[in-house]
Write a protein that binds this ligand. Structure first.
Ligand code: AMP
Length: 278
């Protein structure tokens, strides 16, 4: 497995794969790899000849009061996991090679970024779009795999690829969960035992929405109210709860199958997100 630290070498490596007729799959991550990330690697491997994983804790997608400094960094373990999983190359850049000191061009998405995580984390999706656009230009993938765990992010990346004509396919892979339903996340390591218990409230709240669809309820506002109550009773501080159209991410008033239920809530100081397609 190659470990590549500069954009130029990464581009060169990828061009070489293409010259020999191989397709390249990219899995962008911030490291601290868990089963969710590994499933994206497997998905990439089923669709492409060689898989590149990027490990980069991107400073520009963190707000000033967020957890950039203490975000878990486990590079040696991550490299071992990638190697075991058959990854061909890991792109492991330093922030200084990713961003010129006077960088002045960025990607701004203005349609899907306004609500949900975008409302709570101003500037977050500009940081995400910009770094992902850069990673696409650096790794030159034929396919890029993202997790449904970050539903809004995946929708925004698909929009960016469409609107800026990136010559690649975006694949969204399902959410991997612990046995009790908690969605795997690098941030779960922040949770105390009691907070982890609270965290189960997110997937349970989503279960309420699925049950409501199954029993033919139609008042989305009422279902959102019940989900919010469930989160609060679990001891979580709600950031947002919503049921939205899967394409536009606009909230719906009439509940129906095929919509997406989205939740974000704090367990102590840790912000957790989850979602489900109804
Ligand atoms: P991150 O390292 O948190 O930036 O995540 C990198 C990629 O892994 C993103 O596309 C995430 O949506 C995806 N991901 C994170 N957690 C999960 C999970 N539990 N299941 C599936 N994909 C995930």
């Amino acid at each position: 497995m190659e470990v590549i630290i500069t954009p130029e070498e990464m581009q060169g490596w990828s061009r070489q794969q293409h010259r020999t007729g191989l397709t390249v799959g990219l899995v962008p991550t911030m490291g601290c790899l868990h089963e969710g990330h590994l499933s994206l690697i497997d998905t990439a491997a089923t669709r492409c000849d060689v898989v590149v994983v990027s490990l980069f804790v991107n400073p520009t997608q963190f707000g000033p009061n967020e957890d950039f400094a203490k975000y878990p960094r486990t590079v040696e373990e991550d490299l071992a996991r990638c190697r075991e999983r058959g990854v061909a190359a890991v792109f492991l850049p330093q922030a200084a090679v990713m961003y010129a000191g006077d960088a002045s061009v960025s990607v701004v998405e203005e349609g899907l970024s306004g609500r949900w995580c975008g409302a709570s984390r101003p500037g977050h999706f500009n940081g995400v779009c910009t770094v992902v656009a850069k990673l696409f230009n650096i790794a030159l993938p034929d396919v890029a795999v993202f997790g449904q765990k970050d539903y809004q992010q995946a929708a925004i990346i698909k929009r960016m690829v469409r609107d800026l004509n990136f010559p690649l396919e975006v694949v969204v892979a399902p959410i991997i969960r612990d046995d009790d339903g908690l969605a795997k996340s690098s941030r779960n390591g922040y949770l105390s035992v009691a907070e982890r218990e609270m965290g189960l409230g997110l997937s349970r709240a989503l279960g309420l929405a699925r049950a409501a669809v199954a029993t033919g309820e139609s008042d989305a506002g009422e279902v959102v109210r019940r989900m919010r109550q469930h989160l609060t009773e679990a001891g979580l501080r709600v950031d947002y709860v919503g049921i939205a159209d899967v394409e536009t991410l606009e909230p719906v008033s009439v509940l129906a199958a095929g919509q997406v239920a989205l939740v974000a809530a704090y367990a102590g100081k840790t912000r957790l997100i989850d979602n489900t397609i109804l």
